[in-house]
Design a protein around this ligand. Structure first.
Ligand code: ZN
Length: 222
């Protein structure tokens, strides 16, 4: 039997999932996190995630899934010899796309949640600032929710609080939750592994900074 008062956040220590973690703490009394070592370029990501979770008072589980990077030879996020696409190609996902990543993450999270009796699973994916990653779309999440429930005969609920928020609105949510500075200074979104404001030129930094500037402008105009 899954407990509706418990939630598991798929957590990377980036802007989006950190905002989701603090959001989850306002929704459920018992919140946990799960993070993955999947052969990402910057292993420091996992240390940052663990530190942020500890600070939030949230127990975190780290799962090793090195096969994700072994499967995908053409991905610049797991193979540092490949130059990163800085803009999105017209008809294919950019080479920062890790095929199957969210499918694996959420499937493993659901098995872990089942083990711990957790009904709610939270992920920070967003369709709004769509980077060309098919597994960030709402249709994928809805479909996977049904599949996971059928696969394990359970009643999981996948939550995507950022699905229809752009980056500016995600900054506004962090601000509402009282963690704007923490998210701004301490999270790691940058594909080049630099926390806070990041390298400034990778696609993740572009999106993050653009949203931040928009949010600060809006806030100052108030
Ligand atoms: Zn960057």
């Amino acid at each position: 039997m899954l407990d509706k008062d418990k939630a598991l956040v798929v957590f990377s220590g980036g802007q989006d999932s950190t905002t989701c973690l603090y959001w989850a703490k306002t929704q459920w009394s018992d919140v946990r996190a799960i993070t993955f070592r999947y052969g990402q370029r910057h292993a420091v990501e996992v240390d940052i995630a663990c530190g942020l979770a500890a600070e939030a008072g949230v127990p975190i589980t780290v799962i090793d899934i090195p096969f994700v990077s072994e499967l995908s030879a053409q991905c610049s996020l797991t193979d540092s010899s490949i130059t990163m696409d800085e803009t999105k190609p017209a008809d294919t996902p950019p080479n920062t796309f890790v095929p199957g990543r969210n499918l694996f993450f959420l499937s493993i999270a659901a098995v872990h949640a089942r083990e711990l009796g957790i009904m709610n699973i939270v992920t920070g994916v967003s369709q709004t600032d769509f980077s060309g990653y098919p597994d960030c779309r709402d249709s994928f999440i809805r479909s996977l929710n049904v599949t996971l429930n059928l696969a394990m005969d359970e009643q999981f609920v996948l939550h995507t609080p950022l699905m229809w928020r752009d980056k500016c609105e995600t900054w506004a949510l962090a601000d509402q939750l009282g963690v704007f500075d923490l998210v701004r200074l301490r999270t790691l979104t940058c594909y080049n592994g630099i926390p806070g404001d990041g390298c400034g030129h990778c696609p993740a930094c572009h999106l993050r900074r653009h949203g931040l500037e928009e949010f600060l402008k809006m806030k100052n105009e108030k």
